[in-house]
Design a binder for this molecule. Structure first.
Ligand SMILES: Cc1ncc(COP(=O)(O)O)c(C=O)c1O
Length: 369
């Protein structure tokens, strides 16, 4: 049985006609940057999330960077964040010359809201948590902290398209919410893309300016800016994919439920699940086990692609070595040694999940006894 970690070719086949029509419409429109497709997508994604504004940008990293710039974050400011994420979360903070302050995680890899208070200083300006694997962080506690200490909240919702916390979509709780449309995401383009959402008019207009050279109207450059514009072709493709997002998230959930059912008999395995008062989008299906390295090797030898999201804490990465002491991150350190992401995407079947679980079964019964 041939199983892929992602199956983009199959996905393209599924939406082939709509994709071709969408791209053709852009081709013949003669307008390729910041035109009607981007405008329409921004409106549709904002409506889908229940947000007032959506600003299409170049990618998730720049969505975060532009959000920090819009809030005026700069050198000398501190941003509370998590050590377990795509490195882009931290790169965005460094891009505005602020200092990332890493707070330990819970056993589920999400920022531990009980440990944030002790990391606050008079320089703290923003809390930037990550809804890792599409699982919501404890937003009620974070919102309360932001209110009490007058801090901004930027949600890194780059993996959380369609996930909810207390029946409201992730990305809409913070001052700003950031999304990536990298192809592997639940809402992924055929290239790079990203978006910022906000309910605040002033922040929205700053983000519109910063993404486009700091312009307020043509050739009126009112502030420092970037070139970070979602392009028309990506927006046209994303409009097709957005229509199918909920259906595809449901499909992922069905696969995840089957995994959970099959794996519940293994005391050696813990499944990372969305927290109780939230709905996940199963961007990744992640398990934890002490035998992670052996199981990974066994599955790979059995032709089952698996991955580790992420093998190192961000402050352990080479480019940050020497800048951070990771002694205060014991849960996060343990977490990254035990996690394993199993294939889970809408082009997979329940039979494939059963097949993978069968291999996990043989691993525990034949390999580790
Ligand atoms: C949690 C998280 N934050 C930020 C990013 C950055 O997004 P992009 O790759 O579009 O720049 C990603 C994507 O890899 C991500 O998963």
């Amino acid at each position: 049985m041939k199983i892929k970690f992602n199956n983009f070719q199959e996905e393209v086949k599924e939406y082939q006609e709509e994709f071709i029509a969408a791209v053709e419409a852009v081709l013949f429109s003669g307008w390729y940057i910041l035109g009607r497709e981007v405008l329409a997508f921004e409106k549709e994604f904002a409506n889908y999330l229940g947000a007032k504004h959506c600003i299409g940008v170049g990618n998730g990293l720049e969505a975060l960077q532009i959000s920090l710039m819009a809030l005026g974050i700069r050198e000398g400011d501190e941003v509370i964040t998590t050590p377990i994420s795509a490195v882009a979360t931290t790169l965005a903070i460094l891009a505005v010359k602020a200092r990332p302050v890493f707070v330990d995680t819970t056993e589920d890899g999400l920022i531990d809201t009980n440990k944030i208070s002790q990391a606050l200083t008079k320089h703290t300006k923003v809390i930037l948590p990550v809804h890792l694997y599409g699982n919501s962080v404890e937003l009620s506690k974070i919102l309360a902290l932001c209110k009490r200490h007058k801090l901004y909240l930027i949600e890194d919702a780059c993996q959380a398209h369609g996930s909810q916390y207390r029946s409201r979509k992730l990305g809409t709780f913070g001052d700003l919410g950031c999304f990536s449309f990298y192809p592997t995401k639940n809402l992924g383009g055929l290239g790079d893309g990203g978006a910022i959402v906000t309910n605040k008019n002033k922040l929205a207009s700053l983000c519109y300016q910063i993404r486009d050279y700091g312009q307020k109207g043509k050739y009126k450059h009112v502030r420092y800016g970037l070139n970070s514009r979602l392009d028309e072709i990506q927006a046209a493709i994303l409009k097709v994919k957005l229509k199918n997002l909920d259906k595809n998230n449901d499909k992922r959930e069905q696969l995840a439920l089957r995994y959970m059912h099959n794996l519940s008999k293994f005391p050696q395995i813990k499944v990372i699940k969305p927290p109780g008062d939230s709905k996940g989008n199963f961007h990744l299906f992640v398990i934890q086990t002490r035998e992670r390295d052996q199981l990974k090797l066994y599955l790979e030898k059995s032709d089952i692609p698996v991955a580790v999201h992420y093998p190192l804490l961000i402050p352990q990465q080479l480019f940050l070595k020497g800048f951070y002491n990771c002694q205060n991150l014991p849960n996060a350190k343990k977490f990254v040694k035990r996690i394993l992401s199993l294939p889970c995407h809408p082009q997979m079947t329940i039979q494939q999940v059963d097949y993978i679980c069968g291999k996990i079964n043989s691993f525990y019964y034949n390999e580790v006894g």
